[in-house]
Design a binder for this molecule. Sequence first.
Ligand SMILES: Cc1ncc(COP(=O)(O)O)c(C=O)c1O
Length: 330
Amino acid sequence: MAVKPDHTGTTPRRAGLAALPTPLHEAPRLAEALGMRGRLLLKRDDLTGFAVAGNKARQLEMLIAGMCSSGADVLVTGGTPGSNFCQAAAAAAAWAGLRCVLVYAGSPSPVRHPNQAAAVHWGAGVRWTHDADRSSVDAVMEKVAAELIREGRTPFVVPRGGATPLGSAGFHLAAAELDAQLDGPATVVVGTGSGGTLAGLVAGAVALGRRLRMCGASVSRPPEETARRVLELSRGCARLMGTELPRETDVTLDDARGPGHGRPSEEGERAAWLALRTSGIVVDPVYSAKALGAVTRILGDRRSDPDHTTVFWHTGGLLDAVAGWSHDDQ
Ligand SMILES: Cc1ncc(COP(=O)(O)O)c(C=O)c1O
């Protein structure tokens, strides 16, 4: 039987992949360059210290712990060949001594994305859907799981991006980690794709009494659709953690898609350049650059408030940044 990464009735625990707490850095020159009068802090989840996992280490350490206690022996997940989550999942499975099968949307290309190359390097097996649509992955993951069961294995099927209440529990804990590093309320901005990261942060912020306002910059789906996904996931996460259920008004999403998912936006590219030149910070074009570019729009009038604290949650994506640079050279 395939194991689903749902609530198992026990308190979620960490497998201990990430080096926590991640640092919280002041970025006064970046704040000034972005035209902000208040304080800007960077939550450095690009420094989670496990493989090149960035924020995904937090979800994976919950998922891997759940998987180990369920008795499953093959991690099955999927996404695009550029997926940071797939790369990080391959590394996490290797760390736990488990097999990993990745289902990639599309067909093999002679030029491998650095995330795909890293995933294969970490020992993941790869299956292709031969359909460029990201959602084609979902049915093929189920097919792969059925094949594994016939071979006598016990697959653990994780949806794209690790977006499950159990994965989000890693970010419920992360909200408390940030709160302990701060001395007051703050607006927090984070890049949002499948929604698992924001969902956990929202559930965590609600549990803390709403001192932190969690805002997502939606990079892959229309913000209304992302908001629905995030609300559902954050409620599932809150149930799992035994904390207050988030309300619709707890989820804020900005439209940061620009020309489309995976295609750099002008405001993101400008923000990436400013981050590099003022603070030595590398952001990737797919998630964190777009989220950084959205910060001042999300702040609105609070941008000119000298007493306001903003936290930009840096989610990593280093190999996507490298892929972007090498692409420019071709
Ligand atoms: C670098 C980076 N930032 C942000 C995100 C968004 O996280 P989520 O999919 O949990 O919304 C991802 C997701 O893959 C990511 O790789």
